[in-house]
Design a protein around this ligand. Sequence first.
Ligand code: OFO
Length: 168
Amino acid sequence: RLSKPIEDILNKQVTQEGNAAQIYLSYAIWADSEGYAGVANLLFRHSGEERNHMMKVIDYIQERGGRAKISALDAPPKDPKNLQECFEKIFQHEVDNTTAIYGIVDLSLKEKDWATWNFGQWFVKEQIEEETLVMDLLDKLKLAGGPKATSESLLYLDSKIGNQEDDA
Ligand code: OFO
């Protein structure tokens, strides 16, 4: 059975994943409005992934005799200025999320709650994939010319991104 501190930190993660889903959703809508259909597609799908993460934590809390809580979510961030800022903000968000996951693993270690420790490992691995995915987007953008990228190369990049597989 979950201890109170573990239940609390997992519930914070439920909110964190819910906020992530909102952030990706708002950026997906921004990308779509800017004409980046490929990026929008990736971000819409990723928003769904974040919601799945939220459900995964909820299921775990319930399974372990805790009580999952649904809290208010933050307002989504302002629209990014351009693709560079969009990807940078997403990357920062994933790094912050990794820190939150490490907090869960750290607490489970202190409490010798090996079930939660094991549960946390799935997210540790997932965060490696997610950070890699966004770093890859930033690399591609750099190759396209970074801040000096022409709209032609951005559109080409967008179509490439739209076709890439995303299982993160
Ligand atoms: Fe983007 O990650 Fe959830 O956990």
